[in-house]
Design a protein around this ligand. Structure first.
Ligand code: SF4
Length: 435
């Protein structure tokens, strides 16, 4: 059959879709890039916020109206198995990806199949179709150890299930043999890895870093409470040339009172200590964080604490989210702030970020980048995007009539080139090819 896969959500969901694509191709199906061409549409859904879920349901209605066959995977059916809107379609849960070919086959016969058990089916070293040929995504575990009151993901992904280190290493080895240049290690909380199997994230990373090859590892989100436990070890790992000098630590709020209401397992001072320590040891490290704006009960004073924290730490990458209640979560029962209070707060934070996170400290930087994205084609000028060792996105544009134009045309994904930064913006650097 011709199958169109529509993916919503995080890096882990993207990896789940790559595996489902691989299993469907192995079963003889053909992947198409246009929903109109498809006989069956596979939705891989996200429940972390209102928007992606609403968008999914509106697209589902359209696809059903087009009389397409449908299978729904991911966090929406897993977190809400009783959802009325999903009663008539086949669903496959986050722990049953390996059964996708069977579910699609049943759906093509007009049967409605529901596979939502929390089984320990294999998740690694399965066939896959990479979205980006130079990027390998490896999930370290499913679930987490958190009880965050706003989070619906944990209702979908469940309790922590760490994957076997040998299986993770095997997947890394075969990906490097395939020529990938970037390896994204991902999960809800990479910092929780191994806590259910007597291991830890640093232990795993040390085992992985013996794998030969010219690649870079990007480690996904780590909750501050876990980073505190192994920061010394983690700093020496970050200094390994194969590891991107990048750390994503979601702080969520600058107020300890709000962190308590969120049931986060650290205090603001912990986050500040970690940020300062990482910067002391790796001065240009790229720190990333997440902020939830307008959590129930957030007063003006709580918000000012968040604002001041961001102003003080000047974190270059901040994902700012306006709080939206998620059904089935403890926070959903809390008194919600009016939108007219939440909106201006997130606007102020966005403006702050636009003002302070200007990357000007990177002007004049010279070094290597891995080309991992073919950018927009602007008036015959192709732009390429690469990442340096600090996981900074660097745009390299070809220039009309410059000797370099010929060179740029030959650039391809995975190439490593030396560049010099000539301009800096909030979300990317701009560089010329050097030499
Ligand atoms: S750590 Fe918290 S926010 Fe993250 S997935 Fe787990 S419960 Fe959700």
């Amino acid at each position: 059959m011709k199958v169109f896969i529509r993916t919503f959500g995080c890096t882990l969901n993207q990896s789940d879709s790559e595996v489902m694509a691989g299993l469907l191709v192995k079963a003889g199906h053909k992947l198409v890039n246009d929903v109109k061409e498809a006989e069956l549409v596979l939705f891989n859904t996200c429940t972390v916020k209102d928007n992606p879920e609403k968008r999914f349901f509106s697209e589902l209605a359209k696809v059903l109206a087009m009389k397409k066959m449908v299978v729904v995977a991911g966090c929406v059916p897993q977190a809400e198995p009783g959802n009325e809107l999903l009663r008539t379609v086949s669903v496959v849960g986050v722990r049953n990806l390996s059964s996708i070919a069977y579910v699609v086959d049943q759906a093509s016969r007009g049967n409605v199949v529901r596979m939502l058990e929390f089984s320990n089916n294999p998740r690694l070293n399965l066939p896959k179709v990479r979205k980006n040929p130079v990027v390998e995504i490896i999930p370290l575990c499913s679930g987490c150890l958190g009880e965050c009151t706003y989070c619906k993901t944990r209702l979908a992904r469940g309790k922590l299930l760490s994957y076997d280190a040998k299986a993770i290493k095997q997947q890394l080895e075969s990906a490097v043999a395939d020529g990938v240049k970037e390896v994204w290690l991902t999960s809800q909380d990479c910092g929780a890895y191994g806590k259910d199997i007597g291991s830890s994230l640093p232990t795993l990373l040390k085992e992985l870093l013996v794998v030969e090859g010219d690649y870079r590892i990007r480690v996904g989100m780590i909750n501050p409470n876990h980073m505190l436990e192994f920061i010394d070890d983690y700093i020496s790992i970050l200094k390994n040339p194969k590891v991107f000098k990048f750390a994503h630590l979601p702080v969520q709020s600058g107020s300890n009172r709000i962190l308590k209401l969120m049931k986060r397992k650290y205090v603001v001072e912990d986050f500040v200590k970690i940020a300062k320590r990482l910067r002391k040891e790796i001065p240009m490290i790229t720190l990333a964080t997440d902020i939830i704006c307008g959590f129930p009960g957030e007063t003006e004073a709580d918000f000012e604490m968040t604002y001041k924290l961001m102003e003080r730490l000047r974190i270059p990458v901040v994902n700012i989210t306006k709080y939206s209640p998620r059904s089935g979560t403890p926070a959903d029962k809390m008194q919600k702030l009016p939108t007219k209070v939440i909106k201006p707060r997130s606007k102020r934070l966005m403006e702050l970020q636009a003002r302070i996170a200007d990357n000007r400290e990177w002007l004049g930087w010279q070094g290597n980048i891995i080309i991992d994205e073919i950018g927009k084609t602007i008036v015959k000028n192709i732009s390429f995007v690469g990442r340096n060792d600090y996981y900074k996105p660097v745009v390299v544009k070809s220039r009309q009539g410059q000797k370099g134009r010929q060179d740029h045309k030959k650039l391809k994904l995975g190439d490593v080139i030396e560049v010099r930064v000539v301009a800096a913006a909030q979300h990317f650097l701009e560089a010329n090819k050097y030499g």
